[in-house]
Every structure is written in structure tokens, then in C-alpha cells.
Design a protein around this ligand. Structure first.
Ligand code: SAH
Length: 278
């Protein structure tokens, strides 16, 4: 038993291949732990996945069946001989808009076998108009059974489909991408690494930036001296109490200097004002 990697132990769930309406090559699919957190991605570009989600810790965790990824290609839902998925915007203007009927049909297929309760299965449209993605949102998604992500292209999607499916809009920042695929990978990366067993060292998700409202303290490793720069002495002291205090102080100083918005929230939570008074 001792040579069994911890993630592959039976207590984590039964391996099974789940039914999938799309005739994909199941042989190439990683094994799937029953009930594993699953991302269903509606996209015109399924080849963009798993992309960065296929490497390193997340890739390994997916191979072990700790989470799963399914793409739903928008193209086969297209209309007519050319399988058109988009059309010109009502009211005129530049660009093209993804059709409500096409996107609706793909989302209906994605919904098969998923809970209707949006708390158990969020449905998200990646969009620059959305709520800015935060660590708290990633924590909420990680606690669901899985989620559906809709990747837009062109000018976006017909508004009616967003209303019809009770879709939450999420942005990865105040800039405009050409499509939602990269944004979906950002959201999934931030979420999946919070699923128990995915990160090797569970502690690293507790202490990092944004988990406690502060930015992380600076990190150092070998060599002890580099280009005439030494590692701060306290970190070499072996005195855990002093090290903790130093790290916390650096976290606070960095947050205060770089992110006044986070700093104000942090102080409010602590019931303090900026001069340190309670
Ligand atoms: N016309 C739209 C932008 C479309 S960009 C607007 O002005 O709001 C094309 C697609 O890229 C979008 O449908 C969305 O899925 C994705 N996208 C672009 N910027 C994004 C961002 N900041 N966050 C998340 N998704 C984004």
C-alpha cells in the first residue's frame, strides 16, 4: 500500500467512465472519479482545451480523475448547410452575434444530467461585462458539483439566451479578449486548484495571496546570497514566531502600498482604522 500515491487511493471515489452523448474517443479520455467536479465548456473552439489545464498539477489531477473537463462544440448546433452560429446584430452595427437558438441548443445539451440548482451547478458566461472574478467566487465554484462555462466570440451572445438560462456573467478583468476560451481556462484554473487533493500541499492554498484578504509576503530560496543580495536575516533565524510576524508585516505593507482597495476592506474586517487604532 505504501507505494500507492495518495490521490489514487480508493477512498477518493470509484473510477468510472461516464456516459457522454458525444461520440468522442473514450480511450483517450482520462479516467473519471464518480461525482468528480466537472467543467462543461460550450465553445466554437474545443481544440483550445485542455490547453494550460492539461499540464502540471491540474493536468495530473485530471489524469487521476479528480476533476473532469467536457467540451461541447457549438458548430454542430449551427443553422443550415453551413452550420451558421452567428448573425448580424439587430439594430445594426459592427461584428456578429452568436445566435440564441444555436447557443440555447448547446446549453440544453450541456444541462443534461446536471442539477438545476445554480448553487450546485453554476452556469457562467465569460464576458467583459461580468462581475470581476475573485478568489471568493472560485471558492464558491469549487464547492459546486461542477459548472457550465459559455465562451463567447465576435460581439458576444444574444442577450435572451443569458436570461433564459439564468446565466451569471463573469469577467477576468477590465480588458477585452477575442474570445472566452482563455478566460474560461483562467476561471477553471483558479477553481480546480481549490478542490481537495488537487494541490500537493494543501496549506499553500490557505496562506497565499487573496485567501485572507492580503497579498502574499515575498518568497526566497537558495542561494543564501545572490548578486550581492542576502535573504532577509529573520528567515534564516529558524525562529518561527519571528518569521510569522515578519511575513504578516510584509503582507500588510505590500497590500497597503499596492492595493488600497483591498487594504481598506481588510481594515474594515479587522475593525481598525488606517492608523492601526481599533
Ligand atoms: N462586444 C463585447 C466583447 C466581445 S469580446 C463587449 O463589448 O462587451 C468576445 C468574447 O470574448 C466575449 O463574448 C467573451 O466571451 C470573451 N471575453 C472578452 N473579454 C473578456 C473578459 N475580460 N473576461 C471574460 N471574457 C471575455
Amino acid at each position: 500500500m505504501s507505494d500507492t500515491p495518495p490521490l489514487a487511493r480508493k477512498s477518493h471515489g470509484r473510477l468510472s467512465i461516464s456516459a457522454n452523448r458525444q461520440p468522442r474517443s473514450l480511450m483517450d479520455e482520462p479516467p473519471r472519479i464518480k461525482g468528480a467536479w466537472t467543467a462543461k465548456i460550450v465553445t466554437l473552439f474545443p481544440d483550445a482545451f485542455p490547453g494550460t489545464l492539461g499540464i502540471s498539477l491540474l493536468g495530473k489531477a485530471r489524469e487521476l480523475g479528480l476533476w473532469a473537463l467536457e467540451t461541447i462544440d457549438l458548430r454542430p448546433f449551427g443553422i443550415g448547410k453551413h452550420l451558421n452560429v452567428d448573425d448580424t446584430p439587430a439594430g445594426g452595427g459592427a461584428g456578429m452575434v452568436l445566435r440564441a437558438d444555436v447557443v440555447g441548443a448547446a446549453l440544453t445539451q450541456a444541462a443534461i444530467g446536471t442539477p438545476k440548482d445554480r448553487a450546485l451547478w453554476p452556469v457562467v458566461y465569460l464576458s467583459p461585462r461580468g462581475a470581476p472574478l475573485t478568489q471568493a467566487m472560485a471558492q464558491r465554484y469549487a464547492q459546486a458539483e461542477g459548472m457550465t462555462l459559455l465562451c463567447g466570440r465576435f460581439e458576444g451572445v444574444d442577450e435572451r439566451v443569458l436570461e433564459q438560462f439564468g446565466i451569471e456573467e463573469v469577467s477576468i478583468g477590465d480588458f477585452v479578449l477575442t474570445g472566452g476560451e482563455v478566460a474560461a481556462q483562467v476561471l477553471i484554473d483558479a477553481t480546480v486548484r481549490l478542490i481537495p487533493g488537487v494541490l500537493g500541499n494543501a496549506e499553500s492554498a490557505v496562506e497565499e495571496s487573496h485567501s485572507n484578504g492580503l497579498l502574499e509576503h515575498p518568497q526566497y530560496t537558495k542561494p543564501a546570497e545572490w548578486e550581492g543580495r542576502a535573504i532577509p536575516e529573520v528567515l534564516m533565524s529558524g525562529h518561527h514566531g519571528k518569521i510569522e510576524k515578519w511575513r504578516h508585516g510584509m503582507s500588510e505593507a505590500l497590500t497597503r502600498a499596492r492595493r488600497p482597495d483591498l487594504w481598506a476592506q481588510y481594515l474594515q474586517k479587522q475593525g481598525k482604522s488606517d492608523d492601526g487604532e481599533a
